[in-house]
Ligand binder design. Structure first.
Ligand code: G3P
Ligand code: MG
Length: 386
């Protein structure tokens, strides 16, 4: 029996059983996913979902509307995942395993680290290039721990790196907060003294998450970037610079959007280009880059494979998604990205975050506009399961 006919039967029998559609969906998907046929059970769903986080599911740490209930519909009655989905966020600052735990708590469902795709997740691909080189990680949270988990062996947070250079931030003594400079010292290999750090060239700077102290970070990054990675020395070839995303703004708990990493990039670039003869060179990851969506598709296939392999339904290389839904709040990031990625992506724009318009967005129109993520999930389940 095909997947959608299993669900359709359940939905048809809804009136007889007087149960809510979502309850029936859990039941049917439970049978579908966990009845473990000996050789051939029903095939995996031909669709998957990618959820943006900020402005769709959460505002700061608070769930938006009924986003928890919307996600719960993707699990069976035992709380096991029934519909393959991932979180596709440009945010970050924490390891995927930690973020999965936090999302589980905030959203009330079990989230696996495999489902968490953050702006900085693709930095992993650069490990072979910088594995043993000194690199600096910038941003809120634990940027050095993130990079260290990816396999970078000589990574320092900018907090710690700056702490080795006396006077590098002339405003430091006006700043009353405490930086966690000692927290990541274990991530260093073979560099234990100030001289070790100050005499080794920084080969790359990674903006992992939003900068906390723009004035200090812009100052120190300009020092690193204009001197070839040796602050206080002469001008040298610019080390590599990577940003986890280029979001100008994003939706947090404040009613209007907040400045994001893209705004920080503009500030750094503008200042660097004013004090340096050559324009700043950099690479931005994150949505809307199409490779982020291709990677999300690959991860969704992996997810299907891990859920279904016991039932003998092939593997991540063979599963084909007829449709992948991107639910986002930012037209120039989420919708633009899904549109560029093309088939099988279908974009759904919510009005709960950066986008607050009544009609579709003029420049980056979505395939569909809805008020909330619950509306989006409702639409998807009705379309795919009846
Ligand atoms: O810093 C977070 C932000 O840039 C966007 O997060 O979940 O809306 O992609 P998200
Ligand atoms: Mg968003």
């Amino acid at each position: 029996m095909r997947f959608y006919s299993v669900i359709a039967n359940a939905v048809r029998s809804r009136r007889r059983n007087h149960l809510s559609p979502s309850r029936l969906l859990y039941r049917s998907t439970s049978r579908h996913l966990h009845s473990q046929p000996q050789s051939h059970g029903p095939p995996p769903p031909p669709f998957g979902i990618a959820f943006d986080i900020d402005g769709v599911l959460l505002r700061g740490e608070s769930p938006i509307g009924a986003s928890q209930q919307a996600l719960r519909r993707l699990y069976n009655h035992s709380g096991e995942l029934a519909i393959p989905y991932v979180f596709l966020t440009n945010g970050g600052g924490f390891r995927e395993s930690e973020r999965a735990l936090e999302l589980s708590k905030l959203l009330g469902v079990h989230v696996s680290p495999l489902q968490v795709l953050q702006g900085h997740t693709p930095f992993k691909q650069l490990v072979s290039r910088f594995e043993n080189e000194l690199v600096v990680a910038v941003g809120k949270g634990e940027p050095a721990a993130v990079m260290s988990e990816y396999g970078f062996k000589n990574v320092l947070s900018i907090d710690e790196y700056a702490s080795y250079f006396d006077g590098i931030d002339p405003l430091a003594h006006y700043k009353t907060w405490i930086t966690r400079k000692a927290a990541n010292r274990s991530t260093l290999e073979g560099m234990t003294t100030r001289d070790d750090v100050c005499s080794q060239r920084v080969q790359a700077a990674f903006i992992v998450s939003d900068s906390v102290d723009w004035s200090r970070d812009i100052q120190v990054l300009c020092d690193i970037l204009r001197t070839g990675g040796l602050p206080g020395r002469e001008i040298g070839h610019q080390p590599e610079l990577y940003f986890a995303n280029d979001d100008l703004a994003y939706q947090a708990s404040f009613p209007s959007e907040r400045l994001g990493m893209g705004a920080f990039r503009i500030a750094l670039e503008s200042i660097f280009n004013s004090i340096h003869p050559r324009a700043l060179q950099y690479t931005c990851f994150g949505k809307p880059n199409p490779f982020v969506f291709n990677n999300a598709e690959a991860v969704l296939k992996q997810l299907v494979s891990s859920l279904y392999h016991k039932a003998g339904h092939g593997n991540d290389r063979t599963h084909h998604f007829r449709r992948l839904y991107m639910i986002g709040d930012n037209p120039s990031v989420d919708i633009r990205g899904a549109r560029q990625a093309g088939n099988p992506w279908f974009s759904i724009l919510t009005r709960t975050g950066v986008f607050k318009g009544t009609d579709n967005h003029a420049e980056f129109p979505a395939d569909m506009v809805v008020n909330t993520v619950e509306d989006a999930v409702d639409f998807i389940l009705k379309k795919e399961c009846s």
